[in-house]
Design a protein around this ligand. Structure first.
Ligand SMILES: Cc1ncc(COP(=O)(O)O)c(C=O)c1O
Length: 458
């Protein structure tokens, strides 16, 4: 996030009334400002600078404030509400659980926990035999770090090496920050884990990576082993890949990931994916890694796992998941009954109500239309990346200069026109409608996006 702040001066905007959007006040809404001031006064500054839209209700793919305005949502609150805001199955499951009532159980088993874990594991590929539930995504990536290292030691590794990738991001707690690449975000730690390595990412703007993804990986891997004097067999326990780079929806070339897998298998190294943003149907398949034609050993999920309350998951084989002995992997809110109820209803909605198919089918139209927008603004947009109902527009001019200000303004212009998009603080904006969106609303949202870009570059 940059230090950009959205303009808090209410401005007159054209009134809008369509079946999907409604704008009837000045924006930001003047009456909402005291609430924003309260948050600014009492909350860490780290939380400031968000789009000044005070959410009151959110249903399906729409967000409503308390003053009569309605937005089409292209954020899913940043990849969480895949099954739709307030999905009726999830609301009903939470209501039922709350009215029992059974809100917490921690060290005691529950039926809803057994129902959910069984359905989850049985709905995922065969190598995932067990799951462990947590609350935050960062806990899941830290848990994967621990499991991968334990597995490595158990199998005779002499060092706990983990390989991640340049530009990847895995959460905000200490281990997750070590795994993430961003050096500035790690300054507060004061030291770096010497057994975590980051290899170059095969960005589509790196000609060598595009020409020969497999050789690009092998060359970088060979250099790492040589420079650090490592043996892959003895010193590396696992790879952790963010399925796509969050800030810009940047996927790997499939051959690159396939080569990582070949190398991992050759050297007894585990392959793990961070599916926080890519999982649970977002990319038109249950998990995003499925686009790469590989079979990971460990999966870290969160966000879209519940479309609502805090829930994160680590999935793996029995031999990995059973490494920590009884009582040594726990968390107070692990398998909370509300989280299990929501997780179960969410997965049923995704699998049984055609939402993943919708993401795949509408995703193609989404990207076709976004590429037309890219052609319309070819001086400002260099890339449209992503897959399914996930996309990022990269605002970069012909000289390769990032147009961060344009991206910031597009978010603000879209908000004034009844559309919410993901502000990254970089030269990108990200788009991720709830997977229940219909074609009409999606096309309307894309038209608003195009108008917003036009206004932002004016
Ligand atoms: C790829 C990725 N990994 C991990 C995390 C951390 O998840 P959480 O914020 O739930 O801790 C995020 C959050 O944005 C993420 O995008």
């Amino acid at each position: 996030m940059s230090g950009w702040k959205f303009d808090l001066t209410p401005v007159e905007v054209p009134k809008i009334s369509t079946p999907y959007r409604r704008i009837v006040t000045r924006l930001p809404v003047p009456e909402s400002l005291p609430l924003l001031e309260t948050l600014d006064q009492y909350e860490s500054i780290a939380m400031h600078g968000q789009l000044p839209v005070i959410w009151d209700r959110a249903e399906g793919f729409q967000v409503h404030d308390a003053w009569g305005n309605t937005w089409i949502d292209f954020t899913s609150t940043i990849f969480v509400t895949n099954a739709g805001h307030g999905n009726p199955r999830i609301v009903e499951a939470l209501r039922e659980q709350a009215s029992k009532p059974l809100l917490h159980s921690y060290t005691f088993p529950t039926k809803v926990r057994a129902d959910y874990i069984q359905y989850l594991v049985q709905s995922t590929p065969a190598q995932f035999e067990k799951a462990f539930l947590l609350s935050a995504g960062t806990e899941a990536t830290e848990c994967a770090l621990k499991l991968i290292r334990m597995y490595g030691y158990k199998n005779g590794k002499r060092r706990p090496g983990i390989v991640s990738f340049e530009g990847n991001w895995h959460g905000r707690t200490l281990g997750a920050q070590m795994l993430s690449h961003n050096p500035a975000q790690k300054e507060w730690i004061g030291y770096l884990d010497p057994n975590i390595y980051h290899l170059p990412f095969p960005y589509p703007w790196r000609a060598e990576a595009v020409r020969s993804p497999r050789a690009y990986f092998r060359k970088a891997m060979d250099a790492l082993l040589r420079e650090r004097q490592l043996s892959a067999q003895a010193d590396l326990c696992g790879f952790l890949l963010e399925t796509f780079q969050g800030w810009g929806a940047v996927l790997y070339p499939p051959e690159f990931v396939q080569e990582v897998e070949v190398f991992a298998r050759e050297n007894g190294i585990l392959l793990a994916f961070d599916e926080m943003q890519s999982g649970f149907g977002r990319m038109g398949k249950l998990f995003g890694y499925m686009h790469y034609g590989v079979e990971p050993d460990v999966l870290c999920c969160g966000k879209g796992a519940s479309s609502s309350v805090p829930l994160s998951i680590v999935l793996g084989s029995r031999k990995i998941m059973d490494l920590p002995p009884i009582g040594s992997m726990s968390s107070t809110h692990s398998a909370n009954p509300l989280a299990c109820a929501a997780g179960l209803a969410n997965l049923q909605a995704l699998l049984q109500d055609g939402l993943i198919d919708n993401s795949r089918v509408l995703g193609e139209l989404f990207h076709a239309r976004l590429n037309e927008i890219k052609s319309d603004f070819s001086d400002q947009i260099a890339y449209v990346l992503g897959r399914g109902l996930l996309a990022a527009l990269h605002f970069v001019d012909a000289n390769g200069t990032p147009l961060v200000d344009v991206a910031n303004r597009v978010c603000q212009e879209a908000m004034r026109r009844g559309l919410l998009v993901v502000h990254t603080g970089r030269e990108t904006i990200k788009l991720a409608p709830p997977l229940c969106i219909n074609e009409d609303a999606m096309i309307e949202g894309l038209k608003v996006l195009s108008d917003s870009i036009q206004a932002a570059i004016r």
